[in-house]
Structures are given as structure tokens and as C-alpha cells.
Design a protein around this ligand. Structure first.
Ligand SMILES: Cc1cc2nc3c(=O)[nH]c(=O)nc-3n(C[C@H](O)[C@H](O)[C@H](O)COP(=O)(O)O)c2cc1C
Length: 478
């Protein structure tokens, strides 16, 4: 299949291509796996985005494929493989997760490396597995906490009796247990062991304790064991069953957490006219704001996006209003209210001309200098955060070039918003217009420092935080 090959060779993810061709990641996954044909229009956009490497004809005779590829696309999964004989099945699990376009990280326990090698796991997963807690290359920024936090769910397959005992007891003596103890993400265990080990009262106690702690299980199944002559309950569940359990788990925890909510998002720069041909602008591309609108829509929200002039396409499933100036943006925001959540990611110009010229300004003979008479633009974030139609959650952005967090904290207080996402937009960092962002989420009682990630990942993480905030607020009200 040419599209699959192109994605692999060019190192482009299905999600990146989806953004470029204005479609969904699921559509690209279906096309990639030969499960659908694109419209002529979409095929044209794909041909353009791939520089002509994948054309409409390439879709007409897709190679047969047994891959269903859907619900797990883009899911961030951490797979822990512990030292059971069923570890060989986890190699297939890795393949199937990669086929479904999951963002996969793998941890191997020391014992598991007696059964499978880091080399084979790395080759299948497309990235080296993590193996050591005390690894200077990954722990310079306390990498095990990052592993614990950056995933949507943790799957332990196979889960040995030994590892389950350690998790139940709160141990953190190696990378796998430290990550499992540090995570907030849902955990799915696929136990695999000798039937006598499974039936042992100690294992029964550990399983009961883990279930009480909210850990999910798939299996074990009944039948013949990998060890010859052994049968009973203890076989690791088959890979398709584990995949379904992961889908259920992520569906339960993720689902459409913003369903029924109205989210407004601003994005891009504003253009403030100087005269009919010139304007004041900035380098904002709109990529971050658009990604947030898109992530909110995927989370089930009704999204209204107010965007300044940008070169990128409107996000799918989002009502997008195009504006030019700060005044236009404010008007559009006011008209879009009320909303449950407002996220102001636009880089609104602070200043506009007191009186834009009707005619093109001419150079004055002999004059070396020119002064523009500027007046402050309305502060959209502050007006909404302090206004009578204030949404329940108001999030602003702070683009700073120095003292990023301190300035953001001051801005949060001054504007009256709930959260500020602060980023360092020093030219050298390439944030404005670039693909990546490293932000700090400044809240009333704490600040989270997020590692550098793509703007899509920042958007998804922000929407997860928003959904968590709503869930807590709801639980508090009940
Ligand atoms: C050949 C062999 C097969 C094993 N299979 C299993 C198994 O299927 N399930 C299990 O719980 N333990 C099994 N063990 C024991 C574990 O490897 C041992 O308890 C180990 O400490 C588990 O470490 P880990 O949980 O950190 O990976 C097996 C050991 C050997 C030598």
C-alpha cells in the first residue's frame, strides 16, 4: 500500500498528514490500511501533500489487509512486559498496537529480557524500550515520572504473579513498579502464570487488592499453558482480546468528556491596519489554537473558533469564524458567548493605529523618521474573564521572552482568568510558527511544567486537564 509506505519512509504520522490534508486521523488510518477509498478531492490533497508520491490511482487497488485499525489511533500507550513465558505474545501485541497508529512506549522488566530481547521489541515498537530505573540517559529529568504521566493508559502484558504482588504492595524498586506507582493513568493487567500460581491464596489476595485499587484485568484465560503438560486458568488472554480491553479502558477514561459543553477558542494573530496596504501583525501561525479547537471537538465539545488571518486550514468539526483585527475578534467572541470554557490562544496585537489612514501613507520628502500614533487594543481575555458572561473556565496564553512563569503568574492575577499556558517565544526557540511548544500551565495553586511536545500534544493534554477540572468541579458540586 503506497500511502502506508510513504508514511513510513517519510517519517510522517497519520495525524500529521491528516492535519495537512484537512481530514481526520481515522480517515488516514483507514486509507492507509486499505479499508476505504478517498474522495477525488481528498486524493488530490494527499497527492499534493506527498509531493505526488501517492496519487488517486494508488488507492484503487489496495492490498488486502486484515487490519481493522480504528479506536486506538493516536492513543498514547505504555506497555510493560514482565517476565513470563507469554512475553512472546507481547511482540505481536506491539505490532498490532503500531498498526493502529498508537504512540507506544515499552518498558521491559529485567526478567522479561530472559524471554524476549530489547532489540526485537525496539525494532517492532520503532523505539528502544526502557529497561532501567537508574539510567542516566533517561533519568536526567526524572524520566520515570514522565513515562508515568505522558501516557493515556498502562498495559502490563504479561503481568507476572511477582509483578502483581509488587504493585499490590506499592513497591517501586525497579522502573516498571516505580512507573506504576507514580501514574494517574488507568492500568490494565493481562496476568499470565501457571494455574497453581494463579490459584494461590497470595495471588488471590493481590488480585482482589488491585481490583479494589481500581486496576483493570483482562484474563487470564483457561486452557493449555505454554509450558508442556500444564492446563487450567492462567493463560494470557489473546492479543485481540487485550486490544478490545484497551479500547474499553481508554473509552471509559477518555470517551467524549466534553460532550454537551460549548468551548470557544481564539487563534492566530490579528492584523491591525496602518493604511490600506500595511498592517501591524506578529508571527503567530494559529497552529496551537487550531490544535486546541480540534482536540476539544474530538472530546465531544461544540467548538467555536475565532481565528485571525492564518495560512492553515479550518479544523474539522469546528465552527470557524475568520476575523482580522482585535476589535473584530472581540465582537465575534462576545457574540459566541455564553460558553462553558474559553481558551484564548490568539496572539492579539496589543496596539492598533489611533486612526488608520484612508490612503496609502507616502514618504515625506526629507523626513527620515515616521511616527505611528497607536492606541491600546481591547484586552479580550480580561474583558471576558471579568465580564458578566464569564465562562466557568477561562484559559489564557502568555507568550513571554523572559521570566516566563513569573510573568504568567502575574498575568493570571491581572486578567482574572483561571489558568495561563505560558510559553517562551524567544525567536531562537522557534515556537511562533513552529511545530513544537514547551509550556507551563499556571493554575491558582500550582504550576505544571510540561516537556517539549508537538502543538497537537499540548492541545490534547490541555483538553485532558480541562476534562479533569470539569469532572472534579462536578464531583465537588454533588
Ligand atoms: C521459564 C520461566 C517461565 C516463567 N513464566 C512465568 C509466568 O508465566 N508467569 C509468572 O508469573 N512468572 C513466571 N516466571 C517467574 C518470573 O519470571 C519471576 O517471578 C520473575 O521474578 C518475574 O519478574 P518481573 O515480574 O519483574 O518480570 C517464569 C520463570 C521462568 C524461569
Amino acid at each position: 500500500m503506497k500511502l502506508a509506505l510513504w508514511l513510513k519512509n517519510s517519517g510522517t504520522s497519520a495525524r500529521e498528514l491528516a492535519v495537512r490534508v484537512e481530514t481526520t486521523q481515522a480517515t488516514i488510518s483507514r486509507l492507509k490500511n486499505g479499508h476505504a477509498l478517498p474522495s477525488l478531492e481528498l486524493a488530490g490533497r494527499i497527492a499534493e501533500a506527498t509531493g505526488g508520491a501517492v496519487t488517486a490511482n494508488d488507492f484503487l487497488d489496495p492490498a488486502p489487509s486484515e487490519r481493522p485499525g480504528n479506536g486506538l489511533a493516536g492513543a498514547r500507550i505504555l506497555l510493560i512486559i514482565s517476565g513470563g513465558i507469554a512475553a512472546y505474545k507481547s511482540l505481536d501485541l506491539i505490532r498490532r498496537l503500531k498498526e493502529r497508529d498508537c504512540e507506544l512506549r515499552v518498558i521491559l522488566t529485567r526478567a522479561s529480557q530472559e524471554f524476549i530481547t530489547p532489540l526485537s521489541v525496539g525494532a517492532l515498537a520503532g523505539a528502544a524500550p526502557f529497561t532501567d530505573l537508574f539510567d542516566a540517559r533517561t533519568e536526567f529529568d526524572v524520566g520515570h515520572i514522565r513515562l508515568a504521566r505522558e501516557c493515556e493508559c498502562i498495559v502490563v502484558a504479561p503481568a507476572t504473579a511477582d509483578l502483581m504482588a509488587k504493585i499490590a504492595g506499592g513497591h517501586a524498586g525497579d522502573l516498571a513498579t516505580a512507573v506504576l506507582l507514580a501514574t494517574d493513568a488507568p492500568i490494565l493487567l493481562a496476568p499470565a502464570m501457571n494455574p497453581h500460581m494463579w490459584a494461590n491464596p497470595a495471588t488471590r489476595r493481590n488480585v482482589a487488592r488491585l481490583a479494589q485499587d481500581g486496576v483493570s484485568f483482562i484474563g487470564p484465560a483457561e486452557g493449555e499453558m505454554a509450558e508442556s503438560g500444564e492446563a487450567g486458568t492462567g493463560r494470557m488472554s489473546e492479543v485481540p482480546e487485550i486490544l478490545r480491553a484497551i479500547e474499553n479502558l481508554i473509552g471509559h477514561s477518555g470517551g467524549e468528556p466534553l460532550k454537551g459543553k460549548h468551548v470557544i477558542v481564539t487563534s492566530g494573530p490579528t492584523h491591525e491596519p496602518i493604511d490600506p496596504v500595511r498592517y501591524i501583525a506578529n508571527r503567530s501561525s494559529g497552529k496551537q489554537g487550531h490544535a486546541i479547537a480540534s482536540a476539544a471537538a474530538r472530546a465531544g465539545a461544540r467548538v467555536t473558533l475565532m481565528t485571525g488571518p492564518v495560512e492553515i486550514p479550518d479544523p474539522l468539526g469546528v465552527e470557524t469564524l475568520h476575523v482580522a483585527t482585535a476589535a473584530d475578534m472581540l465582537k465575534a467572541v462576545e457574540e459566541a458567548l455564553p460558553a462553558d470554557i474559553a481558551i484564548f490562544a490568539a496572539a492579539v496585537a496589543d496596539w492598533r493605529m489611533t486612526a488608520p489612514a484612508d490612503q496609502k501613507l507616502k514618504k515625506k520628502p526629507g523626513a527620515q523618521e515616521m511616527t505611528l500614533d497607536l492606541v491600546q487594543n481591547p484586552d479580550i481575555l480580561k474583558l471576558v474573564a471579568r465580564g458578566h458572561k464569564r465562562p466557568g473556565l477561562v484559559v489564557g496564553f502568555a507568550a513571554e521572552t523572559q521570566d516566563v512563569v513569573e510573568n504568567a503568574k502575574a498575568k493570571r492575577r491581572a486578567k482574572g482568568c483561571d489558568w495561563i499556558l505560558a510559553n517562551d517565544v524567544t525567536h531562537a526557540r522557534g515556537v511562533m510558527g513552529g511545530e513544537k511548544n514547551a509550556v507551563h500551565l499556571v493554575m491558582e495553586d500550582k504550576t505544571e511544567d510540561w516537556p517539549e511536545m508537538t502543538k497537537q500534544q499540548v492541545a490534547e493534554k490541555l483538553i485532558v486537564r480541562v476534562a479533569e477540572h470539569l469532572a472534579h468541579a462536578k464531583a465537588g458540586a454533588e
